[in-house]
Design a protein around this ligand. Structure first.
Ligand SMILES: Cc1ncc(COP(=O)(O)OP(=O)(O)O)c(N)n1
Ligand code: TZP
Ligand code: MG
Length: 210
């Protein structure tokens, strides 16, 4: 499985409303260089969510890509995903770890709070996510976070750091230079005319920074 670094693609049930679109778009993102895929579905259709999570898990494993489920620890366990991403209002890390095991990948949302990231890391999180760093089309009400937070987090945390929120090909390098190990993207990737080329452009942002 690839390391927790680079482009982190998050699916969207509005941009990808059916199985065929979801699988096609995620495959294009993987072919363009996305390293981590997160299934984020905010509908209540449990049958669809289970079906799609299973399909994405198969696709990601076929391409040796890391696959995590947003919010739902039980779904992550049932579909065989590598792990889960949990927010401050989702399951506790301890429950996720107990359910998914020592080798699972557990990521935690930390908004603009370094203290949340410190607590998450101490509780065994495999990565922490900060944001929103720019205005988000997907979550317009997300609380803004300053880019300086990434450098502060880098100086005290040993786990990978994810930046999220309104990240585009044009502003991605600001988050990487500031300290992000991964950039998590929804709209500017999956609403692009060529998802593969857009993913490649994000991947180049990491090369330019090295
Ligand atoms: C990588 C990553 N970072 C942050 C989030 C946001 O999670 P959360 O705060 O739980 O909000 P929802 O995504 O559940 O609306 C994320 N999903 N992924
Ligand atoms: C889930 C989430 N959490 C903070 S911003 C955001 C949405 C990111 O989507 P986009 O890349 O379209 O801004
Ligand atoms: Mg959540």
């Amino acid at each position: 499985m690839n390391p927790l670094h680079g482009l982190y693609a998050i699916t969207d049930n509005t941009l990808m409303p059916d199985d065929q679109t979801l699988l096609s778009y995620v495959q294009q993102a993987i072919l363009g260089g996305a390293h981590v895929i997160q299934y984020r579905d905010k509908t209540s259709d449990t049958e669809k969510r289970y079906r799609q999570a299973r399909l994405l898990n198969e696709l990601c494993r076929a391409h040796n890509r890391t696959f995590v489920i947003n919010d739902d620890v039980q779904l992550a366990h049932q579909c065989g995903a590598h792990g889960v991403h949990i927010g401050q209002k989702d399951s506790a890390i301890e429950i996720a770890r107990q359910t998914l095991g020592a080798n699972a990948i557990i990521g935690v949302t930390c908004h603009d709070q370094l203290s949340l990231a410190n607590s998450a890391a101490l509780a065994g999180a495999d990565y922490v996510a900060f944001g929103a760093f720019f205005p988000s089309k997907t979550k317009p009400n997300a609380k803004p976070a300053p880019l300086s937070l990434l450098g502060e987090a880098k100086s005290i945390l040993s786990c990978p750091i994810v930046a999220i929120g309104g990240i585009t090909v044009d502003n991605a390098s600001q988050t990487i230079t500031a300290g992000a190990d991964m950039i998590a993207v929804v709209h500017s990737l999956f609403a692009a005319e060529s998802i593969t080329q857009q993913a490649e452009a994000f991947a180049h942002a990491f090369n330019w920074n090295e």
